[in-house]
Design a protein around this ligand. Structure first.
Ligand code: NAD
Length: 488
């Protein structure tokens, strides 16, 4: 059984409840996992609270914390293969994508924030020789980190590393559909020998363990990545205890292909950006906007490529798309195919279970054409290997369509005219825009969404805006005037 991890010990759930995690390739149970209750959360928060209020972690030098983080990064690299195997079995994300990029990035998250934290500085505001005003940054306290199931290990480390680097302590609540790699992180942090209570994991269901973490008065920060509706619920539940929130939410990001683009590269980018990670990617370019003059040619080539994407066993290095996370999610993605037909769209490729894969949560890479942007399939996040294609006449129409949506996480612009690229990028209502590229991350840049895709930014120094408290210190340098009430 997978236990919680509290005060550097693996502990069973107080109330003895468990749930099963399934292998998406077979839907066979992998193992039982502790299902956290309010009592488990309370125990973990007490531990994190004590580690913060009395322990060495927030009081260590940044350089010493950085050293501990680098050790965690080294251990991730050392155990990368084992972590990758666990993650593939738990999520169905293909080995070819996890082994090459995602797990290495998890180690990088620790190395990067170890470096960053030694560079945190305040600002100074000298005032006419009378005052020296300056800011210092200090850790906030106990953080609740709530993560989704799509690329769990990478996203967990993306939160844990800056949170701990800044000197906070935390409770991680991983997603119940992919809980196993968080347990690997706990093993690694136990081996790295961080002070007890600095890092804790409480496994469990969102509505119970997650909700108890959000409501707990001993927690100051909630960093959440997941669905927009869950984020709304969490903000309501955290209001009574006035949490500081970072919200990384859903998306339905546009990929815009203009007639003057390098169309071969645009094709590669558009395909990668929606079908990698099984389409379960928050920054998926899941709405493809193609200029009318090149539409037929581009979409024909796209359809031919999508039909050839290799779906299969995620452990096989040749697989390009693996099974979806859970039968329930498979059902949700499948249901959108009926929505598409009912709305008058055309399923040009896919839309079904692949005939050679009768078991597990496999779904054909799907291309949907004849789409109007106001259709539900263009407005709602499907979070699977499904791309909708919309035609536009000119730049103004492309922008209108791109912005006509509640989401604003990412956007991808393909054009040979960089002036247009910049112009369009600035006009898109979106947290992040890539010009002539798929999503290539630079960890120094702010990551996050606008509109219903999120609140706040993480990444680089922006992570420390969330994970630190700014104190302003005003120092009188001379004998400035102090009003003398009651002196006469
Ligand atoms: P989800 O919202 O269902 O769950 C995310 C986490 O929240 C899980 O750990 C879950 O247990 C927990 N949770 C659920 N209800 C809760 C509650 N009431 N209180 C506290 N915690 C609760 O999301 P998911 O299905 O796991 O992930 C897919 C979603 O995540 C997609 O919408 C995707 O776009 C989004 N996502 C966003 C980003 C980003 O950076 N913007 C990155 C990855 C995924």
């Amino acid at each position: 059984m997978i236990h919680h991890f509290i005060e550097n010990e693996f502990v069973p759930p107080v109330e003895g409840e468990t749930f099963e995690t399934l292998n998406p390739a077979t839907n066979q149970p992998i193992t039982a996992v502790a299902s956290g209750s309010a009592a488990d959360i309370d125990r973990a928060v007490q531990a994190a609270r004590q580690a913060f209020d009395e322990g060495p972690w927030p009081r260590m030098t940044a350089a010493d914390r950085a050293k501990a983080l680098r050790k965690i990064g080294n251990l991730i690299e050392k155990r990368a293969e084992e972590i990758t195997d666990v993650e593939i079995t738990d999520t169905g994300v293909p080995a070819s994508q996890l082994r090459k990029g995602v797990i290495a990035r998890a180690a990088q998250n620790f190395y990067f924030f170890a470096e960053m934290v030694t560079q945190i500085s305040g600002e100074s505001f000298p005032k006419d020789g009378q005052f020296m005003n300056y800011t210092v940054r200090r850790p906030v306290g106990v953080a609740g980190l709530i993560t989704p199931w799509n690329v769990p290990f990478m996203l967990e480390t993306w939160k844990v590393a800056p949170c701990l680097a800044a000197g906070n302590t935390c409770i991680l609540k991983p997603a119940e559909w992919a809980p196993l790699s968080a347990n690997k992180l706990a093993e690694i942090i136990q081996e790295a020998d961080l002070p007890p209570g600095v890092f804790n994991v409480v496994q469990g269901i969102g509505e119970t363990a997650g909700a108890a973490l959000v409501a707990h008065p001993g927690v100051q920060l909630i960093s959440f990545t997941g669905e927009t509706t869950t984020g709304q619920e969490i903000m309501r539940n955290g209001a009574a205890t006035l949490k500081r929130f970072s919200m990384e939410l859903g998306g339905k990001s546009p990929t815009m292909v203009f007639e003057d683009a390098d169309l071969d590269r645009a094709l590669d980018g558009a395909i990668w950006q929606v079908y990698s990670l099984n389409g379960e990617r928050c920054t998926a370019g899941s709405r493809l906007l193609v200029q009318a003059s090149i539409y037929d040619d581009f979409v024909n080539k796209l359809a031919a490529r999508v039909a050839k994407i290799r779906v299969g066993d995620p452990m096989d290095m040749n697989t390009e798309v693996g099974p979806l996370i859970h039968p329930e999610h498979w059902g949700r993605v499948r249901a959108y195919m009926n929505v598409a037909r009912d709305e008058g769209a055309v399923i040009a490729v896919g839309g079904e279970r692949p005939s050679h894969l009768p078991h597990g949560n496999y779904f054909q890479p799907t291309l949907i054409t004849n789409v109007d942007n106001r259709m539900r399939i263009a407005q709602e996040e499907i979070f699977g290997p499904a791309l909708v294609v919309i035609r536009f006449q000119d730049e103004a129409e492309a922008l209108r369509i791109a912005n006509d949506i509640k989401y604003g996480l990412a956007a991808y612009v393909w054009t040979g005219d960089l002036t247009r690229g910049h112009r369009v990028a600035e006009a898109i209502e979106s947290g992040m825009v890539w010009i002539n590229s798929q999503n290539v991350r630079d960890l120094r840049t702010p990551f996050g969404g606008s509109k219903h895709s999120g609140i706040g930014r993480e990444g680089g120094r922006y992570s420390f805006d969330f994970y630190t408290e700014v104190t302003t210190i005003h120092v009188a340098l001379g004998e400035h005037k102090i009003p003398k009430l009651g002196a006469e």
